[in-house]
Design a protein around this ligand. Structure first.
Ligand SMILES: *Cc1c(COP(=O)(O)O)cnc(C)c1O
Length: 389
């Protein structure tokens, strides 16, 4: 087959002249730190997410850390999450002195299985962090029911789920606290950045203080007011604030969110259609009724019984054909630190391992053309045909 002339970069951001103009205007404005652009981005975002509060931070990881601090996670507490996620979902639990406890995923949806959560609850369990993997909503009805019964906080890792809607409710308005990511590869980006949403004033106030050194007021207000005032550390806070340069990008990206989503959905359906008759691949599950999938990542599983190569070799062959891919994810419990510190081993979470061994993500960005998607389809078909057992 004819190889693409250039490498198709996986997860390339979609930046237009509007983002560039807003960033340049911010640079020229004389204020590049946390200020009016951040405030504007937050107010746009809380409307979008349908939440009472939206607090910008410098990453989703920082946001998850602050969310856990806000609900009071501390030494000795256990927090239940999925092993099939990015390591930072679990790392932040450790940052609070807590213990990450994994609950296996559902084999079809690849999301945390509520029955597995129930099995992991102990008197020390304080919170659950569901991750809406690839943009598919978790079974929030079951998760919220478990949380109410056992008095647990629910903090959503919505790094993939900015556009996700669950039975009429926007992700960001369902759980106690929700955290979004604007990392470079995410559905919208600020290069680095995140947003925390909640309807709880106490948590919103705490996060506001903790994200900027624990000071009683934020920097913009400190330096722009004309009257002198002391600003004091209320807590030993963190340096997790977003800058106006980042917010300038976010403001323009958020305006484009539905057009990006439309394009990614088209690509998604094209992949589904192209691969539907290939028993060598397992495709993403159908969408649950009355939900909107954010279509952040299109991942397939390779079926080792039907191919003479494994997933890693499949990825290498795709790269050889100039197609970039990603693995989302290598299960967290199998990372060296987690094996050493917590004694986790292969066999502990069979479904997450089954998926983690077979999964690979295909390019899905809104800046990809129909030709790009066709190149990916051709490459996948070529590899499958060549390696069919
Ligand atoms: C990207 C990602 C994060 C971390 O986001 P940052 O903004 O890079 O900190 C957390 N969880 C999941 C599932 C992610 O994909």
């Amino acid at each position: 087959m004819a190889k693409r002339p250039n490498f198709l970069v996986f997860g390339k951001p979609n930046i237009g002249p509007e983002e560039i103009a807003e960033v340049v205007a911010t640079l020229a404005s004389g204020w590049i730190g946390t200020g009016p652009k951040v405030e504007k981005f937050e107010s746009m975002f809380k409307k979008y997410a349908n939440s009472r509060y939206a607090l910008a931070v410098n990453s989703a990881t920082a946001g998850l850390h602050l969310a856990l601090k806000a609900v009071g996670i501390e030494q000795g507490d256990e927090v239940i999450t999925t092993p099939l996620t990015f390591c930072s979902t679990a790392n932040v639990i450790i940052h609070c002195g807590g213990t990450p406890v994994f609950a296996d995923v559902d084999k079809d949806t690849w999301n945390i299985d509520p029955d597995e959560i129930t099995k992991k609850i102990t008197p020390r369990t304080k919170a659950i962090i569901p991750v809406h993997l690839h943009g598919r909503p978790c079974n929030m009805r079951a998760i919220l029911k478990i949380a109410r019964k056992h008095n647990l906080f629910v903090i959503e890792d919505a790094a993939h789920a900015i556009e996700t809607v669950y039975h009429g409710k926007k992700v960001g308005s369902i759980a106690d606290i929700t955290v979004f990511s604007f990392y470079a590869t995410k559905n919208i980006t600020t290069a680095e950045g995140g947003m925390v949403t909640t309807n709880n004033k106490k948590w919103a106030d705490m996060i506001k203080v903790m994200r900027l050194h624990g000071l009683s007021h934020d920097a913009y207000k400190r330096y722009s007011v004309k009257t002198f005032k002391h600003y004091q550390a209320m807590l030993p806070g963190y340096k997790y604030n977003m800058t106006d340069l980042q917010a300038a990008m976010g403001i323009q990206q958020l305006k484009k969110i539905s057009s990006f989503a439309k394009t990614r959905k088209k690509h998604w359906l094209r992949y589904n259609d192209a691969f539907k008759d290939m028993p060598e691949l397992i495709l993403p599950a159908k969408d649950e009724e009355d939900t909107t999938h954010a279509r952040h990542l299109y991942a397939i599983l390779t079926v080792p019984e039907k191919l003479d190569i494994d997933r890693d070799r499949f990825v290498e062959e795709l790269i050889g054909l100039n197609i970039g891919t990603g693995i989302h994810f290598f299960p967290v419990h199998l990372h060296p630190y987690y094996q050493t510190a917590f004694g986790y081993k292969r066999g502990d979470f069979p479904n997450a391992e089954f998926i983690g061994d077979r999964i690979l993500s295909l390019p899905l960005g809104a800046n990809l053309t129909k030709t790009d998607i066709n190149d990916v389809i051709e490459a996948v078909r070529f590899i499958v045909n060549r390696h069919r057992k």
